[in-house]
Design a protein around this ligand. Structure first.
Ligand code: CA
Ligand code: CA
Ligand code: CA
Length: 209
């Protein structure tokens, strides 16, 4: 039963639906284009952040709204840390010189920004991943249990089966997610242009109607 569920997740990862890509035009004015898979996974994450479905992610949707969700699953000092990390992410990767410091960012804006040099660096992605790992790693043993990891998924509005996602991220199948596995997932999500189950790290809205 479990393996069939995992199969469904892997199927979703490997064969993402592309209907929502209609109308998404990627215009890179400097070099590379991204694979359809890469665009589709980032669009899904963008849509999860765009809670009012108006096609734009505002500062509030990226920072305040997820922080409010964190209040349900984390103690207050960790909630403040969530806000701090998301605020950094907003000003680094969303509202910046490449998007003319807009406060309401469309998917096209975001993807243009991503393609520019210097916007996403490996160090910043690592810092984001390590910060979030330690925010939700509440008993300080450097491993995420299913319960700890589910806090991260709650913050990012996951509605899919958390056990299935956990198994996809827990690459060595020892029933905990360590720092390396979490970093691999965040980096894979950010950069990998080929399907990889670890790229499912932020969860999914696959039960959303
Ligand atoms: Ca919105
Ligand atoms: Ca732990
Ligand atoms: Ca593991």
């Amino acid at each position: 039963m479990f393996s069939s569920k995992l199969g469904i997740v892997l199927f979703i990862v490997i064969v993402p639906t592309v209907d929502f890509l209609d109308g998404v035009k990627i215009e890179q004015d400097n070099k590379e284009t991204f694979t359809q898979y890469w665009v589709s996974k980032h669009k899904e994450h963008f849509d999860a952040l765009d809670v009012n479905h108006d096609g734009n992610v505002t500062e509030r949707e990226l920072t305040v709204v997820p922080t409010n969700r964190a209040k349900h699953v984390l103690p207050s000092w960790r909630v403040k840390a969530v806000y701090g990390v998301l605020n950094m992410a907003y000003h680094t990767w969303w509202s910046n010189e490449y998007t003319d410091y807009k406060t309401s960012i469309s998917f096209d804006d975001w993807i243009q920004s991503f393609g520019k040099d210097m916007v996403y660096t490996g160090d910043e992605v690592d810092e984001f991943a390590l910060d979030f790992f330690h925010i939700v790693e509440v008993d300080c043993n450097e491993e995420l249990t299913l319960k700890e990891y589910s806090k991260f998924l709650d913050i990012f509005r996951n509605t899919a089966d958390i056990q299935v996602i956990f198994r996809a991220i827990d690459i060595d199948r020892n029933n905990v997610i360590d720092v390396k596995e979490f970093l691999y997932g965040i980096k894979g999500f950010t950069y990998d242009e080929a399907p990889d189950s670890a790229a499912y790290i932020f969860g999914s809205r696959d039960k959303e109607s």
